[in-house]
Structure formats: structure tokens, C-alpha cells
Design a protein around this ligand. Structure first.
Ligand code: NAP
Length: 294
């Protein structure tokens, strides 16, 4: 089957261009330029790359960004104090704290300390709750990126069977809520799968749309996918690869070469969902600066 690639670069370029145009208008009117603060703790290679990409994207659209870095041995109290300081800083519209955090720091405590108004990652219980209730909120960036992709490629979701694999708070769970709610994209019949799901293949074979976020490289194989399915691969696993300049290559949760042949649409890794995630984060930051949610 001839499949169409869902091009994350194209979608994210579109979104970033729209944001940059809006920032120009705000600047011309003397309005508040959106300001995103990011906190990075420790020296995890992937986290440094993610945060740097977020900061670079801020520059690209004309946002102000502040990157705060700490050694992995910072105490929880010190980190929480910084979060509170940023909460009280009216010049900063959005705050993200890059995960994972060192084990001695409670991610949940940190997330709950960020003011919901500044939680542009959409991880705070208030924002998650608002998402579940269909109220205006900051939808967490990765699920939001997937929804933008479905919307901009005009992929029908109404009445479709969508199987979400993975139930994390930041991807799978919000994804399942978004796909099932009464909206477009949305209105799908959703099955949410996880590690206790029995006979996953039986379920995925019934899916019109599969959204997979589990973090196991090339887990979804062609025998698990029906002809014509839409497959969205959120997974990112770094594999050591001496032939690459970076020393690693990225693999998704989908065995792309064999699965793509059966799909109507499929996202690549890299070049798929990962790029739309950053664009969504900046969208949320713009909303925060414009006080569109709160
Ligand atoms: P996570 O918190 O590790 O959750 C993984 C989920 O997969 C869990 O719900 C787990 O079930 C489920 N699972 C594990 N093995 C399974 C199996 N054999 N069958 C069915 N379900 C299984 O993951 P996450 O934070 O959502 O991240 C998932 C992947 O997405 C990772 O590769 C991550 O790097 C990537 N990611 C990408 C982006 C992006 O921007 N593209 C953003 C975030 C994450 P249980 O709940 O039962 O344990």
C-alpha cells in the first residue's frame, strides 16, 4: 500500500511560522513578548539536547528564553525555591522543568509547585483536570502535537477505533482523553493499552488509528497492524551507533520499514512527533503570555 508520511518537520515549521508572525504583531503593538523559562538539572545527554532545542526554537519565533541549569546534587528545597521565585516573576510567562529529575527530587512535588498559569507543559493536576473536563487548558505538548498533526493532515478520527499503547501521565493518558472527546480531531472510540493488556495484537489489529508511546524500540510489527491503518509513533529510544556523528541513532516504537507498507499514514522517527512537541510547547507559552487560558 502507498503510505503517506506524516511530516513532523513540515507541521512544526507551519506552527512556528504562525507563532513567529503573531510575536511580530505583538512586538509592533508594544505588547508583552512571550518568555519561557526552562530548568535543567544534571547532565543527561538527551535532556540537554531537548532543552537546547526548546531554547533554540524560542529564539527562532522571537520569544525570550531563560535557561537555568543546576548540578544533579541540587536539593529539592533549592529547586522548589527557584520554581517559586519564577512563579512570582511576572516577566516570565511559562516554566518547564526538564525530566527526568535526579531520584532524590520528587517530580510530582516540583510539577505541583509550578503555578498552573505558568505550567506550559500541561503537567499540573489542575491543567490535566481541565483537559479531562474539556475546559481551556495547556494540553501537554506531545499529545497536543499529535492532535495538530491529525488536524493539519485532515485525518478523519470521528467514529474510528483508536488504540493508544502506553498510559503515562504525559502521553498515553491525555492522548486517550483527547481522542475520545467530543471534538475534531476526536470522537474516536478509544482503547487504552498498557503492560497488563492481554493479547495486544488482537486489539491493535482492529485499530484504524494506533498511537504508540511505550519506549520499546521497534515493538509494533507489521503482523499487529491492519491494512490502511494510521500509525503515530511517539517512542524515542537512543541506540548507540558508532557510525553516527552523535554516537547514537533514534528508533521509534514502530518497526517502520515493515509497518509502513500496511499504513495509509505513518510518522517517521526521527522527523515525526518529536518536532511537533516543541512547537506545541511554544504554542502554550504564547497562550500563557496572551493570558488565553487563565
Ligand atoms: P512511560 O512513562 O515509560 O510509559 C510507558 C507505557 O508503556 C506504560 O504505560 C507501560 O504500561 C506501557 N507498556 C510497557 N510495556 C508494554 C507492553 N509490552 N505492552 C503494552 N504497554 C506497555 O513512557 P512515556 O513517558 O509516555 O514515553 C513513552 C515513549 O515516548 C518513550 O520512548 C519516550 O522517550 C517517548 N516520548 C517522546 C516524546 C516526544 O516528544 N516525541 C515525548 C514524551 C515521551 P504500565 O503503565 O502498565 O507500566
Amino acid at each position: 500500500m502507498a503510505y503517506q508520511l506524516l511530516d513532523g518537520k513540515k507541521i512544526s515549521e507551519e506552527i512556528l511560522t504562525e507563532i513567529a508572525a503573531e510575536v511580530k504583531i505583538i512586538a509592533a503593538k508594544g505588547g508583552k513578548i512571550p518568555h519561557l523559562a526552562a530548568i535543567l538539572v544534571g547532565s543527561d545527554g538527551a535532556s540537554i539536547t531537548y532543552v537546547n532545542n526548546k531554547v533554540k526554537s524560542c529564539e527562532r519565533v522571537g520569544f525570550i528564553s531563560t535557561l537555568i541549569t543546576y548540578d544533579a546534587n541540587i536539593t529539592e528545597e533549592q529547586l522548589l525555591a527557584k520554581v517559586i521565585e519564577i512563579n512570582n516573576d511576572s516577566s516570565i510567562d511559562g516554566l518547564i522543568v526538564q525530566s527526568p529529575l535526579p531520584k532524590h527530587i520528587s517530580e510530582s512535588k516540583v510539577v505541583q509547585t509550578i503555578l498552573p498559569e505558568k505550567d506550559v507543559d500541561g503537567f499540573h493536576p489542575t491543567n490535566f483536570g481541565r483537559l479531562a473536563l474539556g475546559l481551556p487548558t495547556y494540553v501537554s505538548a506531545t499529545p497536543n502535537g499529535v492532535m495538530e498533526m491529525l488536524k493539519r493532515y485532515e485525518i478523519p478520527t470521528d467514529g474510528k477505533h483508536c488504540v493508544v499503547i502506553g498510559r503515562s501521565n504525559i502521553v498515553g493518558s491525555p492522548m486517550s482523553i483527547l481522542m475520545s472527546r467530543n471534538a475534531n480531531p476526536g470522537n474516536a472510540t478509544v482503547t487504552l493499552c498498557h503492560s497488563r493488556t492481554k493479547d495486544l495484537k488482537y486489539i491493535t489489529l482492529q485499530a484504524d488509528i494506533i498511537i504508540i508511546a511505550l519506549g520499546k524500540a521497534e515493538f509494533l510489527t507489521a503482523d499487529m497492524v491492519k491494512e490502511g491503518a494510521v500509525v503515530i509513533d511517539v517512542g524515542i529510544t537512543r541506540m548507540v551507533d558508532g557510525t553516527k556523528k552523535s554516537g547514537y541513532r533514534l528508533l521509534g516504537d514502530v518497526k517502520f520499514d515493515e509497518v509502513a507498507e500496511k499504513c495509509s499514514y505513518i510518522t517517521p522517527v526521527p522527523g515525526g512527533v518529536g518536532l511537533t512537541t516543541i512547537a506545541s510547547l511554544l504554542s502554550n507559552t504564547l497562550k500563557a503570555a496572551k493570558k488565553e487560558v487563565y
